[in-house]
Design a protein around this ligand. Structure first.
Ligand code: 13P
Length: 284
C-alpha cells in the first residue's frame, strides 16, 4: 500500500497503548531485512533515514527503496527523516516522498527551536506530512553528531513548546542517550508521566536511544505513554555481526543472508517487545 504518515501509525499505537519501532536504515539490505521482520510480525514499521545516510548521498535512493517495499506490502509503512538538520532539509525530504520529517531544534535556544519548528510544521502539514520535533538534546553520538546538553528536558519548556508548535510527535530526553549505554540508564518515568499529564495538547511522545535499553525499562516507558522508539545502533551491530559471521565465505549472497537473518532476529524481538500490550486485534 502507499506510505502512511507518522501520525496515523502513532494514533494506532495510542489506541493500543503500544509503541511502533523506528529503525534507521543505512542501505538496501538493512531496509529489506527490516521489512521482512515487520511482515513476520504483521505490525506497522517506521523507516528512519538519518544524517549519515544523507551525507553519503542516500536520501533519494533510500526513499525509493522504502516506497517500493511499502508498495509490496499491506502493512502501514512510514518514511521518516531522523534528526532533520534544517528547514531546507525537511523540504528536500518532503519532495522526495517522505511522509514524516523530524526537525531537531534541540540544540537551539527554546524561542529559536519554536520558531523553526513552527515553519516546518506549516510546510509539512500543508501536504499531509507529519512532524516530529525535539526538546532537550539527547546526549550521545548519532551519525557522527555529538550532543552533550542537559540529560533531561524541562517540564515548563515542554509546556511552552507544545502550546506554540502543533507537532505530531515530540522526542523528549528523560535520561535516554544515543548509542549503547555504558551503565544501565535510569529513565525518569515520573517526568514522563508529568509531561503526558500536562494537558490535552500533548503530542505523541518519542523515545530516542532505544538500543541497549532493558525489556523492563521499555515496557515501563511504553505503558507510560511512549509511542515511538528509535533503534539504530543495535540494528547496525546486528548487520555487521551477520556479515562477520559469514567472513569465511566467498559468496556474497551467503554474506547477505547472514546479515539479513541477524537483523530479522533483532528487529522481530524489538517489534514484539514494543507492541507487547497488543492483543489479537492489534495485529494487522
Ligand atoms: P540508538 O542508536 O541508541 O538506537 O538511537 C537511535 C536513535 O535514537 C535514532 O534517532
Amino acid at each position: 500500500m502507499p506510505l502512511v504518515n507518522l501520525k496515523e501509525v502513532l494514533d494506532w499505537a495510542e489506541e493500543r497503548n503500544v509503541a511502533v519501532p523506528a529503525f534507521n536504515i543505512d542501505n538496501i539490505d538493512i531496509a529489506q531485512s527490516l521489512m521482512m521482520a515487520a511482515e513476520e510480525e504483521r505490525k506497522p514499521i517506521i523507516f528512519a533515514v538519518g544524517q549519515g545516510a544523507i551525507r553519503t548521498g542516500r536520501l533519494e535512493l533510500l526513499a525509493g527503496v522504502v516506497k517500493t517495499l511499502a508498495a509490496g506490502s499491506s502493512l502501514p509503512v512510514v518514511l521518516h527523516l531522523d534528526h532533520g538538520a534544517s528547514f531546507e532539509q525537511t523540504l528536500a525530504c518532503i519532495r522526495a516522498g517522505f511522509t514524516s520529517v523530524m526537525f531537531d531544534g534541540s540544540p537551539l535556544p527554546l524561542a529559536e527551536n519554536i520558531a523553526q519548528s513552527v515553519l516546518v510544521v506549516r510546510a509539512a502539514h500543508a501536504v499531509g506530512v507529519s512532524v516530529e520535533t525535539e526538546l532537550g538534546a539527547i546526549p550521545g553520538v548519532e551519525d557522527g553528531i555529538a550532543h552533550s546538553g542537559p540529560a533531561k528536558v524541562s517540564l515548563s519548556d515542554v509546556e511552552t513548546f507544545i502550546h506554540a508548535v502543533d507537532t505530531d510527535a515530540l522526542a523528549v530526553s528523560i535520561g535516554n542517550a544515543h548509542g549503547m549505554y555504558k551503565t544501565a540508564p535510569k529513565l525518569d518515568i515520573e517526568l514522563l508521566q508529568k509531561i503526558r499529564n500536562l494537558n490535552a495538547e500533548v503530542p505523541h511522545l518519542v523515545l530516542h536511544g532505544g538500543s541497549g535499553l532493558g525489556d523492563g525499562v521499555i515496557r515501563t516507558a511504553v505503558s507510560n505513554g511512549i509511542r515511538k522508539i528509535n533503534v539504530a545502533t543495535e540494528i547496525r551491530l546486528a548487520y555487521l555481526e551477520g556479515l562477520h559471521s559469514a567472513a569465511g565465505s566467498q559468496d556474497i549472497y551467503t554474506h547477505i543472508a547472514a546479515a539479513r537473518n541477524s537483523i530479522i532476529e533483532v528487529a522481530r524481538a524489538k517489534i514484539l517487545l514494543f507492541t507487547t500490550k497488543a492483543d489479537e486485534r492489534g495485529n494487522l
